[in-house]
Design a protein around this ligand. Structure first.
Ligand code: 1GP
Ligand code: MG
Length: 270
């Protein structure tokens, strides 16, 4: 499905020496910054846009589990190279990737796959838990009056099930853009969702160079870059590290984010 990534990145990723962890390997584990391009060339960040699945909520494991179950029926195994191509996308787009990449399209349609997946997922999503550092970062930015928004490939029904236990935290977002929003014509890696999110802040369209996106998925990182935004990637460690190269900064956890590096107010507990 290589052709499903129509947007070619065209920015320069100068690996930076500004952050101590990039020059001193001993500090690297301390900071848990996997890699970093210089944020200084981007100008200070004024607005933040969060992805949801796999970044704020530990929901990617549900998709993985269900897809493993479905594939086992065909004596096939689900792996992280397929996962990398599906994650972050709208449901139907991910479903097409699944049936094509597994060679099942003749026996299983994308629609039938979705129906079967849905039946299992709807029982799992209400148990969704927050990822480490998600609550701390959202609450910090909100308290410091940094405008924050959510941009998730999830459609409304899934969004509601996943956030059932976390309504108060998600209400801190200035706005939420979902995968089934009419303005999101194409899912990630198209920039549609991030451009829609940037438009809906109170003070009108935000200059993309002043927007920082947090993402876990390769398609989401590309979508942010296609929208000309800066992006911090917090990938699952099982994802191939070649997917890190497109991000401006790669962290092991949201807990390792240093707002000051991006011109954002520092944590008071740091
Ligand atoms: O955009 P996010 O929030 O990762 O959601 C996509 C999703 O439906 C699962 O991969
Ligand atoms: Mg995600």
């Amino acid at each position: 499905m290589g052709s499903a990534l129509p947007f070619k990145p065209h920015w320069n990723l100068a690996k930076c020496c500004a952050h101590p962890s990039t020059t001193n390997p001993a500090l690297s584990s301390l900071y848990s910054v996997v890699s970093m391009a210089t944020p200084s060339s981007k100008g200070p960040i004024t607005h933040v846009i969060f992805d949801m699945d796999g970044l704020l909520l530990d929901t990617e494991k549900f998709y993985t589990e269900v897809q493993e179950i479905i594939l086992a029926r065909y004596n096939k195994t689900f792996d992280w190279s397929l996962k990398a191509k599906m994650m972050g996308k709208k449901a139907i787009e991910a479903a097409r990737v699944f049936v094509e990449e597994t060679g099942l399209s003749d026996s299983l349609s994308a629609e039938a796959f979705l129906e079967e997946r849905e039946e299992m997922l709807r029982h799992m999503f209400p148990a969704s838990e927050l990822m480490p550092g998600a609550s701390r970062l959202i609450r910090h930015l909100h308290a410091k009056e940094v405008p924050i928004a959510l941009a998730t490939g999830s459609h409304r029904r899934h969004f509601e099930l996943k956030t059932q236990k976390h309504g108060e935290l998600f209400s801190l977002m200035h706005h939420v853009v979902l995968g089934d929003d009419p303005e999101v014509k194409q899912g990630k890696p198209s920039p549609d969702i991030f451009l829609a999110a940037a438009k809906r802040f109170e003070d009108g369209p935000v200059d993309p160079h002043k927007a920082l996106v947090f993402e876990d998925a390769p398609s989401g990182v590309l979508a942010a870059k296609n929208a000309k935004m800066s992006v911090v990637m917090v990938p699952d460690p099982r994802l191939d590290s070649s997917y890190h190269d497109t991000a401006d900064q790669v962290l092991s956890s949201l807990l390792d984010f240093n707002p000051q590096q991006w011109g954002l107010p520092p944590f008071e507990d740091a």
